[in-house]
Design a protein around this ligand. Structure first.
Ligand SMILES: [Mn+2]
Length: 327
């Protein structure tokens, strides 16, 4: 998206927002830093313009994102009966809004801001750029083009989205623009130290204990290129950890020197085995996940099973070995 395109979209965005007397803002299920960071930044922007707004999300903010300015005002159902504009961020399909979808579908106008490959993108105005590492980055561009007053709270929200979706500027999607716009956000008062402390240095003790089990029990095969671990329901009971505490564990396995494919099997709720698959380079684990009824991206995918964890692990590991050998 070049600056001419951004300026044209910014004009239309301002026009639509300017016509609205109340706006419903939302994002996807299991919200991450980019989803909540960009939704809350839109809310703060509308507050600054004096436009009534509500931010909705199917799930509450996870513990490590509750520091985001405005996170406690996120609701599951709206207070107002109707709104004349909906703004949804970081999603490519309204089903991803979960239980809040009907409130957005009722709005006469919908603006979508997103960086996923648009499959079924809804919206009267779509501001979509799949080459952007984060929706928060697209929003930062747009707000700068609108000459918006980016407050310190907004800057912290936007920085959170950029930092989390680029893995703290480590992933391949880190562009020069993600660094230069982050610098602008720091100038506007964004608190990058708060963001890193809250997101990366706030591991709950239960999660740390679960991590101990992970490293103790992980197994290797295929010349240590495939690594997996099973966390049974009793491990969750023993440590007091929840499924939210497993976020990032599959990536931890993948970060081991020799590992090209990592799989984490976990039974955080009895009878349900969630599986996270991660891979480096050309190894396509989404294809494997799809064979087991799941999905995802080539390097990060998942699926679920309703069968004993050992049995699920055995089937998936056998399939991953083939994936490793054939690529
Ligand atoms: Mn995102």
């Amino acid at each position: 998206m070049d600056s001419k395109e951004t300026n044209a979209l910014a004009r239309r965005f301002q026009e639509e927002v300017g016509k609205a007397s109340s706006v419903l803002v939302g994002s996807h299920l299991n919200p991450d830093g980019d989803a909540l960071g960009s939704a809350l930044a839109v809310g703060h922007y509308l507050d600054g313009l004096g436009i009534a707004n509500e931010v909705l999300c199917h799930h509450k903010a996870p513990a490590n994102l509750q520091f985001l300015p405005g996170a406690h005002q996120i609701r599951q159902t709206p207070k107002r009966a109707s709104h004349d504009l909906a703004i949804v961020v970081d999603l490519d399909s309204l089903d991803r809004l979960g239980s809040t979808a009907p409130y957005f579908e009722k709005c006469p106008q919908l603006i979508l801001l997103d960086h996923h490959l648009p499959h079924r993108s809804p919206g009267d105005l779509r501001i979509v750029d799949p080459s952007a590492p984060a929706t928060s980055l697209i929003l930062t561009r747009l707000l700068l083009a609108c000459d918006a007053d980016i407050t310190a709270d907004m800057a912290t929200c936007l920085l959170t989205g950029i930092v989390t979706d680029t893995g703290s500027f480590r992933f391949r999607n880190t562009t020069p623009e993600s660094l230069s716009l982050s610098a602008v956000l720091l100038e506007r008062g964004g608190d990058i130290n708060l963001v890193s402390e809250q997101i990366y240095q706030s591991t709950p003790i239960a999660a740390a204990r679960l991590m101990g089990i992970l490293y103790e029990r992980m197994r290797f095969t295929s010349h240590d290129r495939l690594c997996w671990c099973e966390l049974g329901h009793d491990d969750f009971v023993k440590t007091g950890a929840t499924d939210a505490d497993t976020e990032g564990l599959a990536n931890d396995l993948l970060s081991i020197e020799t590992v090209q494919i990592a799989a984490l099997f976990r039974e955080s709720r009895p009878g349900k085995v969630r599986t996270s698959l991660r891979s480096r380079h050309a190894f396509d684990v989404a294809e494997v996940a799809r064979e087991f009824g799941g999905g995802g991206h080539a390097n990060a995918a998942g699926c679920t099973f309703e069968e004993p964890i050992h049995q699920a692990a055995e089937r998936v590991v056998a399939r991953l070995k083939i994936c490793l050998e054939s690529s």
